[in-house]
Every structure is written in structure tokens, then in C-alpha cells.
Design a protein around this ligand. Structure first.
Ligand code: TMP
Ligand code: ASP
Length: 241
């Protein structure tokens, strides 16, 4: 596929998106830049862009082969991927299996508490507002999505949770929680977009419960690069078996 066009369409905190010669295809380039607390904490995680790109593609391919529609087309290089152009639904869909992060702070539940069933949360994707938690009714009134779309987001998120928990378990990793973003194709079809990586998932080692994700950066726990490399090595090894 020709990807000559180089017009920068969008630069986010962790990725750049470029146009291609095909109107419905864009090129995503992953950066090593890391932010936390809505951009207040800034840094770099060396090698992160390459790991997040390749890990995300591997997981998107796995989800596709299990019936989940995604934006993924083709990996171009360690840091670059072609994806279908979508209009991002401005809702961050979070799935939690174990209490951690904002859930523990907001609701006073101890970190590490098993949730009796997977919990789906919707947040309004709006940096200025700090991505606030919203109900279905907020999403409707704010015209973020229709009731049918919200039901589809929840259903898909739970299916993705089931598939990812199984995949990570093979790698001795616990999928504590994660964030998904979905996009609309030109015909309105909703597909999984963005990325699935240690930036967007909490992953703990099954034996030691060591945090192997972006919480090491958020909480200054050290060994950040090692954690990303460890997760990627385990996923890649699982893939080749
Ligand atoms: P939270 O506990 O801080 O709400 O995060 C829930 C999950 O979402 C966690 O796996 C990290 C991920 N996440 C993102 O991918 N982007 C974000 O901006 C935030 C706040 C969380
Ligand atoms: N992506 C978030 C930010 O806005 C941070 C996070 O992942 O905690 O900086």
C-alpha cells in the first residue's frame, strides 16, 4: 500500500497520526513520550513507542481473529502502523477486574480487591475536564453516542475483557483494568481503535503481583522500561508458541 502522504493530521500525547494517499487510511506513529495526571507529569519511557505499537498490533490481530472488529490494517515498522480512519467516539471505556487507580480513590476500596464481576465505566474524553466519569444518560444528553451504541460499547468491552484476560493469563499476567477507545467508520460502524498496551492496561505479575505497566511511571516506582520490555517479551513468547 502507498503511504507517501505526510500531512500531520493530529498529534496526541503518545502518538502522531498522518494522512496517507488513501482517504480512509491513516498512519500512526508511536512516541516514547509519557504523560500522567492529565499531562501534568511528563517524561519519556525509552522504547515505549516501539513496544506499544507492536504489542497493540499483536493484541488487535488476536481480537480480530476472535471476531472483534478493529481499526488495524498493517504494521509498517516497529513504531508505525496503518489503521482505518475513524471518528473517535469521545468516550473512554474502562473495564475493571480488580480494584486499582481512580476506583480505589473514589470509592475507598482497597487496591487489589477482586471485583465480583467485571465493571464497565464510561468517561467523557475531554482533557480540559480531566476525562470525568459519566453515566449513560450523560452520554446521551451530551450527544456522545446513542443508547444502541452505548450498549454495543459495553458488550464489546466485556467480550474484549474476556479475550484479553485469557491471553494475559497465558503470560502469567493479571489484567487488573484497562481503557479502550472506539471509532466510527464512514458508514457509522463502530470498531475498536487507539491502542492496548502497558500505557492503557494495568498488568500485574500473577506470582508476585509486581506492577508491570504505566503505574511504575505514574507512581515513580522505577524499572519502568524493564516492565514494558518484560510484558512485551512475555506476550511475544506466548504468540510464538
Ligand atoms: P484509572 O484507574 O486511573 O481510572 O485508570 C483506569 C485504566 O485506564 C488504567 O488501566 C489506566 C487507563 N488509563 C488510560 O489509558 N488513560 C488515562 O488517561 C487514564 C486516566 C487511565
Ligand atoms: N494519559 C493520561 C494523561 O493525560 C495519563 C494516564 O494514563 O494516567 O496524561
Amino acid at each position: 500500500m502507498h503511504v507517501l502522504a505526510t500531512e500531520l493530521l493530529y498529534e496526541g500525547k503518545a502518538k502522531k497520526v498522518y494522512a496517507t494517499e488513501q482517504a480512509d487510511v491513516v498512519r500512526v506513529v508511536y512516541k516514547d513520550d509519557a504523560t500522567a495526571f492529565n499531562g501534568q507529569k511528563k517524561g519519556q519511557i525509552v522504547g515505549k513507542g516501539s513496544i506499544n505499537n507492536q504489542m497493540s498490533n499483536l493484541l488487535f490481530s488476536y481480537l480480530e481473529s476472535n471476531g472483534v472488529a478493529t481499526h488495524f490494517i498493517e504494521e509498517l515498522s516497529e513504531r508505525e502502523t496503518l489503521v482505518r480512519k475513524v471518528e473517535i467516539v469521545p468516550i473512554e471505556v474502562i473495564v475493571r477486574n480488580i480494584a486499582a487507580g481512580s476506583f480505589t480513590k473514589r470509592l475507598g476500596v482497597a487496591e487489589g480487591t477482586d471485583l465480583t464481576e467485571p465493571l464497565v465505566e464510561f468517561c467523557y474524553k475531554n482533557d480540559e475536564l480531566g476525562d470525568p466519569l459519566i453515566t449513560d444518560d450523560h452520554a446521551i444528553v451530551l450527544h456522545l453516542a446513542t443508547r444502541e451504541e452505548l450498549a454495543a460499547l459495553r458488550r464489546q468491552a466485556l467480550e474484549i475483557d474476556r479475550l484479553l484476560q485469557a491471553k494475559f493469563a497465558e503470560c502469567d499476567l493479571i489484567l487488573v483494568d484497562f481503557k479502550l477507545e472506539f471509532g466510527r467508520l464512514a458508514d457509522g460502524t463502530i470498531v475498536l481503535a487507539d491502542e492496548i498496551s502497558p500505557d492503557t492496561c494495568r498488568l500485574w505479575d500473577v506470582h508476585t503481583r509486581k506492577k508491570l505497566d504505566k503505574d511504575r511511571f505514574r507512581q515513580d516506582l522505577g524499572d519502568v522500561e524493564d516492565a514494558y520490555q518484560e510484558v512485551f517479551a512475555r506476550i511475544r513468547k506466548g504468540q510464538s508458541q
